[in-house]
Design a protein around this ligand. Sequence first.
Ligand code: CMC
Length: 428
Amino acid sequence: MSEATIRYGDREVKLPVIKGSETESGVDISRLAAETGLFTLDRGFGNTAESESSVSFIDGEAGILRYRGYPIEQLAQQATFLEVAYLLLYGELPNRHELDAFTGSVTRHTLLREDMKHLFEAFPHNAHPMQILASATSALATYYPDALDPRDPKSVEVSCRRLLAKMPTMIAWLYKYRVHQPYIYPHNDLDYPSNFLYMVHSLPTEEYIPDPVVVAALNVLLILHADHGQNCSATAVKLVGSGEANIFSSVAAGVLALSGPRHGGANQEVLEMLETMEAAGGDVSYFIERAKDRSDPFRLMGFGHRIYKNFDPRAQIIKRAAEDVLAKLGIDDPLLNIAFELERVALSDDYFIERRLYPNVDFYSGIIYRALGFPTDMFTVLFALGRLPGWLAQWKEGAEDPHTRIFRPQQVYVGPTARDFVPISQRP
Ligand code: CMC
């Protein structure tokens, strides 16, 4: 085993270096504070792994993303979303029998308890879908109190399937509520993405039969979003889970973490940014200049990534898929051309080149969601639907790991040192 040595003053400590199965190695600093009195300060956890994980591997320099060893490109092209969900949850691709059993069980959990309708109806019609989804996800726990024990594998198993099954229904129903339309019940003869589209777009008066092009595009998008290592929302899910909160509460925390514009909320912001550019006549240079101005908080949404520094492999697949879907559906979306132009200008600009800022997964996904008939503020819940298997797999990994401890980071206290209380009558 290799070691790293840390010297501080007259103390020296040798720390084990843990090697991953790919290219990564990490210094295990668990004994650092006990042996030196020091801990580490690592803003945004850019240098810190909280745990070992075997769910997905990312090489940011090479633009590689693999789920359980399988390249994202192959999965996007050849797998179904539920097949990928199985892979993420159980570590191996299912055989035909396993997939049928898994699909059958997920399909049979798609209904929501009837009284959950009142939950959606308690929100204003213009409430943001991510807020409603987080509340509904958390509320699910109240319907299944007998299966919440995070240490009971059977409860965890059924909860994972309930979440996978009910998330599309919750999203479709919160959408229906927001657009003042009747709820549409799941249709168990349909596959996962078709059933979701059916619940979103059907009316009691008119059944929506999803176009295979649309189903295939949604399947790819869901797969591409299914996991992404220790991102902000997965970390939130694991953090809440580390306190042995139930899996519904943990996933609800993930939904809320995902809602932020620097994370999943960026897909909505990209589309709104492209719409603003279109309204301004399609000239992207003004926005590029604003993004480069450090005194202006504006950022080019859908650009940049903490890990990917050459390209985001998901963005490349989604870009091709956007062109393909729009062509097959016969849609000429001016926003796609603005996105192409924005990418071209940004990628030839020194500011973006020096900082290694490239289009990320959120840059082109909204253009496809729009083509599939989703309003802009629904984009982030679609990201959440895709990311769910990754959250579940990582939560399970944490719950099953005997080394898991409650997440409890240190802090470097920089506030006032000890001082005596001053009665209010004596304060200036
Ligand atoms: N537009 C303009 N400048 C940017 C951008 C951007 N989109 N992203 C980063 N920068 C600049 C940033 O100002 C900083 O410049 P300087 O060195 O002069 O201070 C430098 O690049 C490094 O940025 P950072 O914020 O330190 O990088 P980070 O790794 O902490 O942040 C990020 C990564 C994704 C939050 C950031 O690139 C960003 O805010 N992008 C826009 C939002 C976005 O598209 N988010 C989706 C991310 S991918 C999917 C997901 O995770 O949900």
